[in-house]
Design a protein around this ligand. Sequence first.
Ligand SMILES: [Zn+2]
Length: 290
Amino acid sequence: MTSRTSRRPLWAGLLLLIALPSLAADGGGVVSWKDQVARISAGADTGARGQAITGRLDALGLAWRGEDFEQKEKQGRNLLVDLGGPEGAPLLLIGAHYDRVAVGHGATDNASGSAAVLELAERLKARPLSHHRVQIAFWDLEEAGLLGSHAYVTTPGREKPALYVNFDVFGWGDTLWMMSPQADTPLVGALRKGSETRGLGFQPGEHYPPTDHLAFLKQEWPAVSFSLVGGGEIDPILAVFSGKSPENPPKVMQVIHSPRDTVAELDDGRVDDALDVIEQGLRDWDAGAR
Ligand SMILES: [Zn+2]
């Protein structure tokens, strides 16, 4: 419907004024993954991106803390949330980097993964796991060389998690791509089954682009990582990261670290399915843990 009205009635302006503050603090109501990606991507710098995340955490009633660090003469700030769980239970850590490169808006890389982690935090707060405590992390300075996650894992006295689950590039497509050092673990099995049920592609494997899970693996701490992409993109992405130039560059490599990395490139068609599959996979994994 097209409106030809050029003058907005006064009451409409007043309503807008009343509505704005409640939009800024969303009150903990439903915020779609895509809207959350837009909020994070709108931030002009890492600090503003972090405020979009902590604003949502505040709205959800999730207490967070900033952990400042210095690595390679750069200052950064990880954001950490403790969702709690059974006392003395092993730790499940779930995270994504929230910083971005200078060019573009970092929507795919990695507001998309940060919004996925916020969504899982909300779900795991509403229905906690039985056998694991859960903590959530948003890493700074991934783009500068995994500095935030490295600072985290090398902090003296840090608790080694039973598993770290990373999210990076979760913006479109029909295939759940999972970095898993082992091909057949209970978690991989649960995700394969869940993906089949939902008609979602599932590709686990050890070859995967560098991101924060590497800081954990370097400590010999167990870690996996998830992306949501087009199934046909995976092989060409790996080709690019092994130094080749495929004839048809995959969309991911055209978008990230470029002016094209905006919300316009996102497609949320399979995001909810993918998050459902991951949530259920983690619940199955948790139920099988002894
Ligand atoms: Zn990234």
